[in-house]
Design a protein around this ligand. Structure first.
Ligand code: ADP
Ligand code: MG
Length: 247
């Protein structure tokens, strides 16, 4: 299997919408790749990730993931994808405790009616430590800051032991001062767990050097492809991308 993710001329539309939100997207991702997708608000970045996990109906083209057809084997495929969504609203009164939220990432492996094994619990601790939130493990998630909640959701996605990670603006709630450090952490995670990663961002400053490819989206299409060393130049040309408000 050469490619983990294959999109060929894919257009997808939100239900009830006359026009596709993403158009004619061709994207080929190899095992171990770290791909960044950049673009201004409304470009279709989030829609692209949601299309890859089968949440948005495909109106044209084909998607294969792990060498399987998304429309046929969606359930199998989703089991091996860790998805960290861009927007999450966690109720301030949510009764869920951080360590249990991370454990939820293992439910697919544990099964509905079984108890978590020693290894499941060890893994949860490992991911809590990795994301520097071990000290928060007994706190209700609703009482944490946005940045801390984001870390919990990343730990939950990792607890799934996914083969493919989809990250939608993973640094948005992280204090800009700590962003660089957090990016390093992602690269470390990507390497340590042999992941294939697709990361969406509108922040040109948060593209790691390890990136194999950077795609620029605009108006639902991929309009440009950049190498890491071209980002600086691109930033000067299109500095405005960086100043756009967050979605
Ligand atoms: N739930 C939805 N229903 C209909 N249209 C949507 C929905 N969510 C997003 N869109 C539209 O799809 C396009 C792409 O949005 P999105 O993928 O969120 O962009 P980005 O993540 O790059 O900011 C936009 O035109 C947006 O208005
Ligand atoms: Mg988005």
């Amino acid at each position: 299997m050469e490619y983990i993710v294959e999109l060929k001329n894919v257009s997808s539309s939100y239900l009830g919408e006359a026009y596709p939100a993403i158009r004619d997207i061709t994207l080929m991702v190899k095992k171990g790749d770290f791909i960044s997708i950049i673009g201004p608000n409304g470009a279709g970045k989030t829609t692209l990730l949601e299309t890859i996990i089968g949440l948005i109906p495909i109106v044209r083209g084909k998607i294969r993931i792990f060498d399987k057809e998304l429309q046929k084997d969606g359930i199998l495929i989703r089991r091996k994808i860790g998805y960290v969504p861009q927007t999450f609203s966690i109720d301030e009164h949510s009764p869920f405790i951080v360590k249990d939220v991370v454990l939820m990432g293992r439910f697919g492996k544990i099964g509905m009616l079984n108890s978590p094994s020693k290894r499941d619990l060890e893994l949860v601790n490992e991911f809590l430590q990795l994301l520097d939130i071990y000290h928060l493990k007994d706190r209700p998630i609703g009482k944490l800051s946005g940045g801390q909640q984001q870390r919990v959701l990343i730990a939950r996605a990792l607890a799934k032991e996914p083969e493919l990670m989809l990250l939608d603006e993973p640094f948005s709630a992280i204090d800009p001062l700590f962003r660089k450090e957090f990016i390093k952490k992602f690269v470390e995670i990507h390497k340590k767990f042999d992941l294939t990663t697709i990361m969406v961002t509108h922040d040109l400053g948060s593209i790691p050097e390890i990136c194999s490819k950077i795609y620029v989206m605009r108006g639902g299409r991929i309009v440009e492809e950049l190498k890491v060393e071209e980002v600086e130049n691109f930033r000067e040309r299109k500095g405005v991308l960086n100043d756009l408000p967050r979605t």
